[in-house]
Design a protein around this ligand. Structure first.
Ligand code: SF4
Length: 495
């Protein structure tokens, strides 16, 4: 079966039936023949909570900045008075060290300086279409591939995390307009339209050069380190993964995740044996657990380093914004020595505490031993939570944002392992939050919060240094990397 068939995702308020196919549209009048693929059962409209406008500096193109800079903002509202509103990174941008030439300068609490009473002051004063394009496009993702453009939303928007608003499939025209704006903006920043990442030249495939004139990203896909396939062959893998997530309603999320890994392993074996990946469609990916499913320390530490990266590192990043707002060349200036040493000391201590000593901090809740939290017996996942995790996995796989240029250059296996680690970390975050409140079942509000935090970090991974992403790609390329940790978590959530 394909992704065009029935699947069981939550909160499809249009009907009680399982929502079905991904919808396709051919954007008209935009000069592109690419099909726009839209996921089913996924909702989004801004609910005006203002949370998207906190926790980062909004990047702006020169055009964005020129549109906004002429207004004497400080004179218009007491909240803007005397405040520095922008940061400039033109030199770094020209040198390829920053994604944008200009940024908004967040307040001390990390919120955007233009966010007043949960509303965007630029929107209110100049109009929605005058806001920075990054804000207008958020939380959509559009990934261009040889088989069309795949739409997604990130859960760093609370409305997206809660699946609030109209179905994306009912908003085709708005999505087509957003796609056009994405393309225009990517061109303005001299990037590709594949999540606006820098375009890599297509790889050589079996010794033959891929046609250089075809500039569509994803001509080839790295299944894993050193194993590249053409997009058409990747689609066989994609079809099998989608079938698993959408149609195997007999399986729990704890069975679906390792089954996905088995599909990828099988694809690698087939490819290495010179067999067609179409044979995947007859493969049964369900495997019984090994006799020893005790996680090893490397597996546990890798998982905790992800927990640190998703939930703790960003807290320090907000606290230590002096370091982040500093231009790179100023880091070596002796006048900044104190800030640099203090920030790096905080990063190191918190990382060592979490990764080696297993102590994590849950924002606004407290500190907890993550190993003990993971093992603590809890009530089983409710059908609502099962469906929630399944929808997030479906959306990520569908949107093609977990590998390739849209995901820091990860191979498919590494990207998939990162998705698995994400779900485990979200469950661990929700468990830890519940334990700190002296509860013993997962709470959907904690899960919204965890995804809101985690998806922002996944989104910004593309801004890591190339070396950092190569290291992550390498570390995550191990087959079945998180199976035992996942199994242990499943045991803790069994009746
Ligand atoms: S510019 Fe407006 S929409 Fe963008 S982050 Fe700031 S307040 Fe939010």
């Amino acid at each position: 079966m394909s992704e065009e068939q029935k699947h069981d995702l939550p909160e499809n308020k249009e009907s009680d039936q399982a929502p079905s196919s991904a919808q396709e549209s051919s954007p008209a009048g935009n000069g592109s023949s690419l099909v726009l693929h839209i996921p089913e059962g996924v909702r989004y409209n801004c609910q005006g909570c203002g949370r998207c406008c906190s926790g980062w500096s909004v990047g702006m193109s020169q055009e964005d900045y020129d549109r906004i800079k002429h207004v004497d903002w400080q004179s218009l509202h007491p909240a803007l008075q005397g405040r520095e509103l922008f940061m400039h990174r033109e030199a770094e941008y020209k040198a390829g060290l920053a994604g944008h030439p200009h940024y908004t300068k967040p307040r001390e609490d990390g919120s955007c300086p233009f966010l007043i009473d949960k509303l965007c002051f630029i929107h209110g004063y100049l109009g929605e279409d005058q806001k920075p394009v990054t804000c207008r496009l958020f939380p959509y993702s559009f990934v261009e591939t040889p088989s069309g453009v795949y739409t997604g939303v990130v859960y760093n928007s609370m409305a997206a995390a809660k699946n609030q608003g109209n179905l994306l499939t009912d908003q085709v025209q708005a999505l087509e307009e957003a796609l056009e704006l994405t393309k225009k903006y990517a061109r303005a920043l001299n990037k590709t339209e594949a999540a606006m990442e820098v375009k890599d030249a297509p790889k050589e495939l079996d010794g033959a050069k891929v046609a250089q004139q075809d500039q569509t990203p994803f001509q080839t896909v790295d299944l894993t380190l050193g194993l590249t396939v053409p997009w058409a062959e990747f689609l066989e893998v994609d079809k099998k993964l989608m079938d698993l997530v959408l149609n195997r309603t007999d399986l729990s999320i704890f069975q679906i995740l390792p089954a996905g890994s088995e599909i990828l392993q099988k694809a690698i074996k087939l490819k290495r044996a010179g067999q067609p990946l179409s044979e995947l469609q007859n493969f049964d990916p369900i495997v019984p657990p090994d006799s020893d499913m005790t996680p090893g320390s490397t597996e546990e530490m890798t998982l905790r380093s992800m927990f640190y990266r998703f939930f703790l590192y960003p807290l320090i990043r907000v606290d230590e914004k002096g370091l982040w707002q500093m231009q790179r060349r100023n880091i070596l200036n002796p006048a900044n020595l104190f800030t640099v040493v203090r920030s790096f000391t905080r990063y190191s201590f918190s990382a060592v505490n979490t990764i080696l000593f297993k102590t994590g901090t849950i924002p606004n809740a407290g500190r907890i031993n993550l190993e003990a939290a993971g093992k603590k017996k809890f009530e089983p996942l409710t059908p609502e939570l099962e469906a929630y995790f399944r929808r997030w996995l479906y959306l990520r796989l569908f949107a093609k944002t977990y590998f390739g240029p849209a995901a820091a250059g990860f191979g498919v296996v590494s990207g998939y392992n990162c998705l698995m680690a994400s779900i485990i970390c979200v469950m661990l975050y929700a468990k830890a939050s519940a334990i700190l409140r002296k509860e013993n079942k997962l709470n959907i509000e904690d899960i919204y919060e965890a995804y809101w935090r985690l998806d922002r970090e996944l989104l910004t991974m593309g801004q890591n240094s190339k070396q950092e992403n190569v290291a992550y790609n390498f570390a995550f390329a191990t087959p079945r990397l998180f199976h035992k940790v996942l199994f242990e978590l499943e045991q803790s959530l069994k009746a």
